[in-house]
Design a protein around this ligand. Structure first.
Ligand code: CA
Length: 418
């Protein structure tokens, strides 16, 4: 494992800091003086790479690629350009670099930056590929004998979500209304969701298009990077609507992503294989090398005016299927993939109670409320703030993702009031 790559930006050398020179995550920012533009986080700053490119300090094949407020054009340019971007930024920011004055002019304090969606989401697919999550939820609904559906160990189960639901960290989430029918209700009713929940996930950002089926190795090469992803879920709406075609309105309120895309290159030292197969996979889904990552994850919950409680700690390495396997499976039908496709991993839970990535699991369907500072919870209450965090711990450095935050604000009094 490589150690810290030192930078002349001193705050980038802090061992616990999220944005060392090893990371260089891609975001979109604005300040009081600028419209949204592409930037890369380094230490306590965001480097205005759009400005650097405009000034001729960041020549990229096929450029300009960063003169738009999203990273799709850069992604589309392909893996050689992704590598060239990292190499050039590393040269500009490394300890001993000569052109510091010119680069310093493009450093903006992160504290002065507002962060926006880092890319245009072309389409969004969500999977159900965490073994512990699928087992927990299946046990609640069907009992431990039939917890996993018969297909689960053979394909990464997914559904086509809504790109329009994806919002950037910091966006308030309005509690949704929907059609709800509990097991003891005689008839359905239309009401605000009372069982509103999170799902702790990692999102893979597809940076290259495909037309026909791709292998797992080809799929891995198509992935530009990863974000944290919270798939907000209305469990009471979901329970009534999901059979036989899967979740629909229960998942369409919002999906929050962290503001920085951590490039796959920054995660290379942290690759780890998927867990042993319980049943052999068909050859086209077999993993040719380690394609998960050792990313420590946690969820914090804060009531209005209160203090945060960490309610879950787990790791992306718990997934049964990697994003590359999911992407390969996605293309088996001939389904075309586009630059800016977003793939949700599925809820990431670990084996123990404290590792569960949704409140549904943490409170075991609402039967076992859990304690937080200032009260207890089964599901999200109004004005609760939820934060997902993720980091890779290297030798002398940390790769951070930036917080993925959302506050749940009260439902409208009447969604059809005109
Ligand atoms: Ca999900």
């Amino acid at each position: 494992m490589t150690g810290l790559v030192r930078s002349w930006v001193e705050s980038a050398n802090a061992p616990e800091g999220p944005f060392p020179l090893n990371n260089l995550p891609c975001g979109v920012f604005s300040t009081a003086d600028t419209v949204p533009r592409c930037g890369v986080a380094i230490g306590d700053f965001v480097l205005d790479v759009a400005g650097l490119e405009e000034k001729g300090l960041l020549p990229l094949t096929g450029g300009p690629l960063l003169d738009v407020p999203f990273w799709n054009d850069l992604m589309e340019a392909g893996p050689e350009v992704w590598a060239a971007l990292r190499a050039r930024l590393t040269a500009l920011l490394a300890e001993g670099a000569t052109d510091r004055a010119a680069v310093t002019a493009f450093l903006v304090p992160l504290a002065d930056a507002t962060l926006h969606m880092p890319f245009l989401v072309s389409e969004y697919t969500d999977f159900y590929a965490g073994r512990h999550h699928a087992f927990n939820v299946g046990t609640m609904f069907r009992g431990p004998e039939n917890a996993l559906p018969p297909n689960w160990l053979h394909i990464p189960i997914g559904y086509n979500g809504r790109a329009s639901s994806v919002v950037v960290s910091g966006t308030d989430i309005r509690r949704p209304w929907g059609q709800i029918k509990g097991p003891d209700d005689a008839a359905p009713r239309f009401a605000p969701s009372a069982r509103f929940d999170i799902e702790l996930e990692l999102g893979a950002v597809v940076g290259q298009p495909s037309e026909g089926p791709v292998t797992v190795a080809e799929a891995d090469a198509m992935i530009f990077g990863y974000v944290l992803l919270n798939d907000w879920s209305a469990r009471d709406i979901q329970a009534w609507e999901y059979q036989p075609l899967g979740p629909f309105q229960s998942k369409a309120t919002a999906t929050t992503i962290s503001p920085w895309i951590v490039m796959k290159a920054a995660l290379e030292p942290f690759r780890t294989p998927t867990p042993p197969r319980e049943k052999p996979l068909l050859p086209h889904l077999a993993e040719p090398g380690p394609m998960l990552y050792d990313i420590a994850l946690e969820v914090g919950m804060t009531p209005e005016g209160g203090t945060e409680t960490v309610i879950s700690r787990t790791n992306y390495a718990e997934m049964y299927y990697s994003a590359a396997q999911q992407l390969a499976h996605h293309t088996t039908s001939g389904c075309a993939m586009n630059v800016g496709d977003l793939l949700g991993s599925g809820t990431i839970s670990g084996p123990e109670k404290g590792n569960r990535g949704s409140l549904l699991e943490l409170s075991w369907g609402g039967k076992e409320p859990f304690e937080i500072a200032g009260g207890s919870r089964s599901f999200i209450q109004d004005n609760d703030t939820l934060v997902l965090r993720g980091e890779c711990r290297g030798e002398g450095y940390t790769i951070g993702f930036g917080d993925c935050v959302g506050k749940v604000i009260p439902a409208l009094a009447d969604p059809y009031a005109r």
